[in-house]
Ligand binder design. Structure first.
Ligand SMILES: C[S@@+](CC[C@H](N)C(=O)[O-])C[C@H]1O[C@@H](n2cnc3c(N)ncnc32)[C@H](O)[C@@H]1O
Length: 225
């Protein structure tokens, strides 16, 4: 589902509030030329991630799902010089493109790009004692979003934020009898968050150039009650 008005508003907002510079333009261009799917966050969403990271003074960021590094660039640009962003990408070809885009943006010193399925990489991060992370952005294979979320809560501190993208899935989130495993995973995410006293969260529906979807934003260590 997509709507020309949603795209026009995205373009209007992006033009004024989230304009691309050369590095972001180049990242989108190089990703397209390399045949990567155009499924990165929109510019306004990239700016939202950037603002969240900036507002909380994030120094340690974890990202699930790098693709061509577009959201990585928005997030890494919010970090101080001694910050660090770990980003996990399963597809080596995508990671190679992302590495080039991140380097072109001058962010290689801040970004630790790991290649492999995230569930295989997490024990590695655990063994290294990685975290706690101030901000985690979950945007990889959607069927594992609840698993990534659970892992991330355990590697957070009071005040950490976790953002999970694409949880509304065209509204199927509300369908209790959905047999789509990705929708079922988003429902499991919501049920597990609701049962976890360590987390306060909400989900915001979104429309835009990428259609109708939404994201969950969770604050660790301070439940809503
Ligand atoms: C929606 S895209 C990420 C977009 C990116 N965050 C952005 O906005 O620029 C999802 C990415 O997750 C990657 N992915 C899929 N399964 C994965 C897994 N098991 N572990 C890590 N990454 C995975 C895909 O290859 C794809 O690049």
């Amino acid at each position: 589902m997509a709507n020309a008005t949603w795209s026009a508003v995205d373009d209007y907002v992006a033009g004024l509030l989230a304009p691309h510079d050369e590095a972001l333009d180049a990242a989108v261009r190089a990703s397209g030329e390399a045949g990567l799917p155009s499924i990165q966050v929109s510019p306004p969403q990239g700016m939202l991630l950037h603002l969240l990271a900036k507002a909380m003074g994030a120094k340690a960021v974890l990202e699930f799902g790098t693709l061509g590094g577009y959201s990585t660039i928005w997030l890494a640009r919010a970090l101080p010089e001694d910050g660090r962003l770990v980003t996990l990408e399963a597809e080596p070809r995508f990671a190679e493109v992302a590495g080039g885009n991140i380097a072109r943006a001058g962010l290689s010193g801040l970004v630790d790009l790991r290649v492999g399925p995230a569930l295989d990489l997490l024990p590695e991060l655990e063994a290294e004692g990685a975290g706690p992370f101030d901000l985690t952005f979950i945007d990889a294979d959607k069927v594992h979003t609840p698993d990534y979320f659970a892992w991330s809560v355990d590697r957070s501190h009071p005040g950490s934020l976790i953002v999970a993208d694409n949880v509304v899935r065209g509204g199927t989130l509300a369908e209790a009898d959905s047999d789509d495993p990705t929708t079922a995973a988003q429902r499991r995410l919501h049920e597990e968050i609701a049962a976890d006293p360590r987390v306060g969260a909400t989900t915001i529906q979104t429309v835009g150039g990428k259609g109708y979807d939404g994201f969950t934003i969770a604050l660790v260590g301070r439940s809503a009650s």
